[in-house]
Design a protein around this ligand. Structure first.
Ligand SMILES: NC(=O)c1ccc[n+]([C@@H]2O[C@H](COP(=O)([O-])OP(=O)(O)OC[C@H]3O[C@@H](n4cnc5c(N)ncnc54)[C@H](OP(=O)(O)O)[C@@H]3O)[C@@H](O)[C@H]2O)c1
Length: 290
């Protein structure tokens, strides 16, 4: 496993988790970033760092040259100015031309239903002839650390209807499946990833217990979210209309026995991060919670 894997998004959530996991497993990691200063921690952890831009063919061809594997993740709705389809296909092309042996593409839950860009890249990759694994993560457990999706104004506020069981996955588990992809255990597979499925009330109760502050769940009007990001709103509408998406968590756990439930994620890392977040955001609490 001392081959080189090019990890895109390495300074971000998924790519960062994948880079750390691959290093721990003994792979060499080439961390892609537009600004190497952002990858200092990864370099200190043993990654090689390359400057590149997913939208720039020459830099991506240079980055992929000599790589055994490529982890492909794209910024998506938070970078509306970027062309996710073009960049996703470009990476498949440069990887194939460079003789890359395995490409692991991180897509998203229900890409074929409401994530047109990711679905188009998935199909392009599947038709490319190169060995691949497609991962479709559900909502990251780490989203609850972000006020846009999580704890704000003393409450857990999302646009999810109270009865909907949302599927959740920890970043470290996405990384574990990606590592299995590079190890050749998931060739040609498309896996929707979830380690748990909880209603927002259950999430709020678990978070309350973990941080020692009672945090109620309050449903955010979908139009409020639509004003911030229409694609996020579209995602929540999909979830509200499909309250039990068919992901077989038991089958995933058979592939990945350490797959975390939300409670396990809270215990292992989430609760400490949530408490630290509350430390700097006490103004977000209500007087009764302080
Ligand atoms: N949040 C969820 O629950 C969820 C669930 C399923 C799927 N997703 C998908 O996950 C993706 C985002 O992944 P993430 O949250 O891991 O990313 P992230 O933390 O937002 O980080 C974005 C990464 O993309 C890199 N990047 C952005 N533009 C780039 C460019 N032009 N060239 C090279 N690198 C570029 C950034 O690197 P530098 O800035 O260092 O260059 C950074 O490492 C989206 O497509 C989203 O749809 C999210």
């Amino acid at each position: 496993m001392n081959e080189l894997v090019l990890v895109t998004g390495a300074t971000g959530q998924q790519g960062g988790a994948v880079a750390r996991r691959l290093l721990a497993d003994g792979w060499r990691v080439l961390a892609l970033t537009r600004d190497p200063a952002r990858a200092r921690d990864l370099a200190a952890a043993g990654a090689e760092v390359v400057r590149g831009d997913l939208e720039d063919e020459a830099s991506m061809a240079a980055a992929a040259a000599g790589a055994y594997g490529v982890f492909s993740v794209h910024p998506g709705p938070l970078a509306p100015g970027q062309d996710e389809v073009r960049a996703g296909k470009l990476l498949v092309d440069v990887a194939r031309r460079a003789g890359v042996r395995r490409l692991v593409y991180s897509s998203a839950l229900a890409a074929d239903v409401f994530q047109a860009a990711k679905w188009e890249v998935e199909q392009y990759l599947a038709a490319s002839g190169m060995p691949y694994t497609i991962l479709r993560p559900s909502s990251f457990m780490e989203n609850y650390l972000n006020p846009l999706f999580g704890l704000r104004d003393g409450a857990l506020r999302t646009a999810l209807a109270p009865h909907v069981r949302q599927q959740l996955i920890a970043l470290d588990d996405i990384a574990a499946f990606a590592a299995d992809g590079f190890a050749g255990r998931l060739d040609g597979r498309t896996l929707t990833l979830a380690g748990d499925a909880l209603t927002p009330g259950e999430v709020a109760a678990a978070i309350s217990a973990a941080i020692g502050v009672t945090v109620p769940y309050e449903q955010l009007p979908i139009d409020e979210l639509r004003r911030v990001n229409p694609r996020f709103a579209q995602g929540y509408e999909y979830l509200n209309n499909n309250p039990e998406p068919p992901v077989d968590i038991a089958a995933l756990r058979a592939l990945q026995p350490a797959l975390m439930t939300f409670a396990q994620w809270l215990e292992q890392t989430g609760s400490a991060q949530l408490k630290a977040g509350f430390g700097v955001a006490k103004k977000n609490l209500r007087p009764s919670q302080k």
